[in-house]
Write a protein of this length. Sequence first.
Length: 156
Amino acid sequence: MNWLLNLSITLVTFLLMEGVTWLTHKYVMHGFLWVLHDDHHNKDHKNFFERNDAFFIIFAGIAMSFFATGTFSESYRFLVYVGIGITLYGFAYFMVHDVLIHQRFKLFTRTNNVYFRALRKAHKIHHKHLGKEHGECFGMLFVPLKYFREALKTKA
């Protein structure tokens, strides 16, 4: 039965990461760490890598700290599964944001799924604001219903 608890911790962490992402994106990336995020909105660079990629490193470091703490302390073993949830969310975020939406890697270039169309529309709305103010759609995997409605009406 321990495996069920561990799986639950992993899934709950994965789901909670959408809220963490929204809050981090709105108040940190579009706040005091805008200096790292603005090149992602303004595309004024010629490199494959962006300063914005530092956030992957930051979240990977957080996940690794959960892995390390959970691995070396029996009392905090559950933190390994928190780390797994964060890592799985990071992978999903990477696949959706960098591969599917921004096409930094040319995979899944012809997706025509309603969910993916809604995701792309919400992200496009987010990027229409080039500055750090007046943003919207700060999450990643959970899309506001209005974008689903729009995706259902249109054909890609």
